[in-house]
Ligand binder design. Sequence first.
Ligand code: ADP
Ligand code: MG
Length: 286
Amino acid sequence: ATPTALMVGTGRSAKMGILIKNGEVLEKVNDLTTVVFDKTGTITRGKPEVTDIVGDHKQVLSLAASLEANSEHPLATAILAMAKTEGVQTAAVTDFQAIEGKGVRATINGQTAFIGNDKLLADYPITPDLKQRVAQLQAAAKTVVFVGLADQVIGLIAIQDTPKVTSRAAIAALKKRGLKTVMLTGDNQRVAQAIADQVGIDSVIADVLPADKANHVKALQQAGDVAFVGDGINDAPALTVADVGIAMGSGTDIAIESGGIVLVKNDLRDVDRALAISRKTFNRIK
Ligand code: ADP
Ligand code: MG
């Protein structure tokens, strides 16, 4: 494409709120075969809410809120909001430890406490009844975290983050062009699959630790050019490794800096619009 055509292409997309770093990025969009999406905040709204508490409601919520008081994770925000609404008392914690992709550990009144997923559960036995309850909640697209004190799991909290209204149409448009769509998430396989089914995503890679997201993108690149769409601090390496990194405008500064494309309107349908502009720019002049 001529320099003028590139300027027309990137200028047209900028007017739509699709910021494309340069002509090279616009060209790469044309070669994509796969689009990989982060789940939380990208496909879903990123505003999770507590839906279920299993165990002694007050005790579980109080312990959870005490642990999450120092966490910036979206799940922590959901738990703290509920604790505030209900006026639940919290306790002071020491030795606070955020464990990436897993949860939080701390000491409360001299006892070890934790909240997080099953990767934290190694030494905590859970009953078959509880296990079944977890599976049910996860199949309903709810993220389940375990709350533990001393050597016991004292309860569960289920948290739901619903897909953005435009996610399904955005995925459908890409599939119609013959692109493969993939969800990459640190959440549980069952939850991820339930949300993938809601929005029509082809395949799911779940239980991924933040540090491994970029490696999964690299593996997918064996089959062709890959775009990664994300919003979080943890997404920066994957955005950089991808052939085209696409950051949500609502994302963290680090994500936005790592993206070759920024979706100012946070509308996932703009991935397909960027594709349309790229095809137009590069098929016309070749
Ligand atoms: P995502 O890829 O969806 O952004 P993360 O890697 O941030 O997910 O977290 C993956 C999982 O780790 C969560 O679904 C949750 O089970 C657990 N987790 C992480 N941080 C916390 C926390 N502060 N409180 C409870 N659970 C957490
Ligand atoms: Mg995210």
